[in-house]
Design a protein. Sequence first.
Length: 277
Amino acid sequence: MFIGVDLGGTNIRAGLSDKGVITSVNQALLIEKDSVQKTISQLISIIAPLVSPAVKGIGIGVPSVVDVDNGIVFDVVNISSWKRVELKSILEAEFKIPVRINNDVNCFALGEHIYGQGKSFSSLVALALGTGLGAGVIVNNALYCGKNCGAGEIGSLPYLDSNFEFYASSSFFESRFSTSAFQAHEDALGGNADALQVWDEYGHHLGNVLKAVVYTYDPEAIILGGSISKAYNFFEASMKQAMADFLFPETLKKLKIIRSKTPNIALLGAAALVNNV
């Protein structure tokens, strides 16, 4: 068994992974984020109840770039105190088992490739659509992180008057329409015409993101995850319409665009960081 951890800017989730199934989950709101020591203590308190002699390692996904070899995390999103944290050495000293750390969306991509919708593809890009916009990349059946664990930071690419993340994450709904993606989805489910138009516009922007992904990585599949992907039926048509002018039509014919469906897939992917060493 292995432990997978998803350390977000707001929540910590840790789960016990046994043969591709998460059997137990601990979670909590992250508090006192201005203190490195207190957030690490809270992380340890979430992991500790899952540790037993049967657990062979801990994998952690974090919203930041990572020195993967040494397990050092830098400039964690929404945790201002975490500028440089030697997380691997801290947790290995605490629990006396191997610890591996990577970017959180990379963990999502790895989970999809091993356990989820990406099992049949040797190359894929997994896009997390939520508070931010991030991508994890699988090439030739292996996670591709880049030299500094920064591959897939597609949201930071310039787009219109901002960047892709602004137009393809929750910021789009909050800044442009003074609502949340969740509320826009609820309104669309109720047939609200304004909400349907919002999702139509969102799909247009996301389609442009997907074109950039395909031009850059040419994957067999793109897997959409994150909370916003639940509204897929409301933005699918405009997303695909925005992709229609892609320069290589044969590429689009072969491309698979799939919604993530496997529960706790990011935790499974984090645990797989250790399981697949």
